[in-house]
Ligand binder design. Sequence first.
Ligand code: ZN
Ligand code: ZN
Length: 152
Amino acid sequence: MCPECYSDNSRVTPLLEPRHCLENHLQYICGTCGRCICIDKDEKRGLQRWNFPFKSLEVAKLYLRTADATAKTSCGIYEILSANGRRSYKIFKCMDELKDYLKKNSDKSCVQMEPLFTQDSYKEFSSAQIRKLSANEVEQYLKEQKNCKRRK
Ligand SMILES: [Zn+2]
Ligand SMILES: [Zn+2]
């Protein structure tokens, strides 16, 4: 697992419409493995991908670094249970934020009330970059992503 971005596949993201994401969105470029993680803020609400629920713990892990880097603290992934029985995984900065969310969403509960995954402490990685890719970098990255998939 990459110690900086918590993934063992350095080209796994973007998961959906990779070209669109890489060409248009701000990326967190892992200084350790080079993985690009979308850290773009939506203009209307200022929300990033990590603010939204994830279908699985594994996918939430892929975005945890962008939460850590944004909040400058080690965030945690929590398991949320909806009234209809559906489970999702959400990243919060701290327990207070989770409690706030549960207060505002009375149809939701948190199974463990502790993170399923988090780091003991927040680490800065000086070689990480937050920026958009150049056109050449996008092509190179997409090529590497394809090769990664083929090898699997
Ligand atoms: Zn994106
Ligand atoms: Zn990495």
